[in-house]
Design a protein around this ligand. Sequence first.
Ligand SMILES: [Zn+2]
Length: 218
Amino acid sequence: MSKIRFLQLLFIFYLLGSCTQETWNVEQENVLRQGVLTRGVGPMEDAMEGLKGTTLGKKLIESLSIPVKFEYDQSMKPGTMGYVGRGVIRYNGLSDPFGPLLFHELFHVYQMKEIAVASRNHEVEAYMAQYLLVMSIEGAEEKDFYAVSTKFVDYIRKLAKYTTWSVMDTKGSIKFQRLYEKALVELRKHHLYGTNTNYTEEPGPYSFQNLYNFLSIK
Ligand SMILES: [Zn+2]
């Protein structure tokens, strides 16, 4: 069975298998709405508990090979979160709900393990993972996912649909490659991930290798 076909079946399984009532709004990475700071009462741990209540969140947390630590970092822009390596996710400013962004950062831990690398490929994949999480939550609608730009969201949706619904020969993955490339173009234009930042990228052919590995874990 091809990887894309396999991923497609798994995706369908997760959509059917979602069991949580909770619906989260999604915030763009590092552009979280600034809410009331709840420092000292374990807000990140609360969010982790929320994620454990979802099929994908539980699976991701259980799949991490290194322990995760949270560090409140006052020097960061309020409403931001980021993976800095060695299992450390730094944050400043919280707004609730923000579970999907935490899922995104945890997916970076899964992708990169000890050493964080600023990579646009990692971002496309992490946003795809985030999209799958959001859409697996019961009652979720397409508008519940937002990231980077309207066009970027559109490409992520199309990549997911292409991955999910394509029952054609996956040698026809030219379309997948093209959509992935378009998603990269959107990231290149973005101030957080763009060509004027330290983000780099790997050339194609592109795949969601880490996501595939993650979803393949029994
Ligand atoms: Zn990211």
